[in-house]
Ligand binder design. Structure first.
Ligand code: PMV
Length: 354
């Protein structure tokens, strides 16, 4: 076989929803039952780094996650690979004397190596960063002409929340109306410079893998919860409008109220699922109480909190001074346990996790 390898490396941050996505109307295409809004973290924080390579000497598609080989046979990986290959273009690297015609991508095999700098599947949206990075790096390798919004619709088929990681800043995933999912994609609401006073602090309460995957959790919720319809049809549409407005105006009190109440409602819907899903634990609840007490004492919100499909707290402080004070309070009230030590705090722009 010819001896050449062409590769691309990309890094994609994770995103944290402030209006949550929970529930699918189509499981294969991953179409949600409501819009959602997220904030993408700084690329230096929680991120996935992925290198994709192609060579005529590779005899099959293979992937490694954090150094361990994983199967690419799952339907979601296959959907992403199929959608990207279908849009591949000619690629030429004159220096290396490589020319790949677009038809060649159907036969050429890929090697994919991906690293997360944070716990995988612990409710810190590792799949969001991972699938967004996979789609983005493959799109670069194969010279796709699609813009980030169109790529987001491909990433969505790998993991719903991944579609929001194709952009920085504040991002909305529009649920769309089409049955084929063509309009279920991400749009940027504001870029990363728009509201850069905000500081995001993540307290890793547990790095253990979550017990209920978001896929099976959502399925059970949609089938059994008596509240989910009300949430998707009556509550979220209003909150989306209010949240967009709060972001445009950098109105922190409204932003915090919406983010906190939406996180609480998502967990209420989980509890309303049968059998019930518990993502938060006692420590999560204590963190909520601590932030709520503080916000009340100040008379106006200083910090917003939100929790995804796990017990880890994501807190958004209104500015750096508030963030410093929040860290102090967290360290005082939640001293790291002997077996966990300081590694379990991921702090602002300095990740001291691993
Ligand atoms: O994209 P998934 O299947 O990992 O689901 C993510 C669901 C939440 O993180 C709980 C909410 C969200 O909007 O990200």
């Amino acid at each position: 076989a010819e001896k050449w390898v062409l590769m691309v490396t990309a890094r994609t941050p994770t995103n944290i929803a402030v209006i949550k996505y929970w529930g699918k109307r189509d499981e294969t295409l991953i179409l949600p039952i409501n819009d959602s809004i997220s904030v993408t973290l700084d690329p230096n924080h929680l991120c996935t780094t992925t290198t994709v390579s192609v060579s005529p000497s590779f005899d099959q598609d293979r992937m490694w996650l954090n150094g361990k080989e994983i199967s690419l046979q799952g339907g979601r990986f296959q959907s992403c690979l199929r959608e990207i290959r279908a849009r591949a273009q000619d690629v030429e690297d004159k220096k290396k004397g490589i020319k790949i015609n677009k038809e060649d991508w159907q036969k050429l095999n890929l090697h994919i190596a991906s690293y997360n700098n944070f716990p995988t599947a612990a409710g810190l949206a590792s799949s969001a960063a991972g699938l967004a990075c996979l789609v983005f790096s493959l799109a670069k390798l194969m010279n796709l002409k699609e813009d980030n919004s169109q790529l987001s619709a491909i990433a969505r088929q790998g993991s719903g929340s991944a579609c929001r990681s194709l952009y920085g800043g504040f991002v909305k995933w529009c649920m769309g109306k089409e049955e084929n999912g063509s309009d279920s994609l991400a749009v940027q609401l504001a870029d990363e410079k728009h509201w850069d006073d905000l500081v995001i602090i993540i307290a890793v309460v547990s790095a253990r893998q979550k017990e209920t995957s978001s896929t099976s959790g959502m399925r059970d919720t949609v089938v059994t919860s008596a509240l989910i319809d009300h949430r998707a049809k009556e509550v979220v549409p209003k909150r989306i409008v209010e949240m967009e407005d709060a972001i445009q105006k950098k109105d922190f009190p409204s932003f915090a109220r919406l983010a906190c109440t939406d996180s609480n409602q998502f967990h209420a819907v989980c509890l309303d699922t049968y059998p019930p899903i518990f993502y938060m634990n006692d420590t999560s609840h204590r963190i909520i109480s601590c932030v709520e007490k503080w916000n009340r004492a100040e008379g106006t919100p200083q910090v917003a909190y939100t929790f995804d499909a796990g017990p880890n707290a994501v807190m958004i402080a209104r500015d750096r001074k508030t963030a410093a004070s929040l860290l102090q309070r967290l360290l005082y009230n939640f001293p790291p346990q002997s077996d966990v030590d300081l590694d379990s705090y991921v702090i602002g722009d300095k990740s001291i996790l691993q």
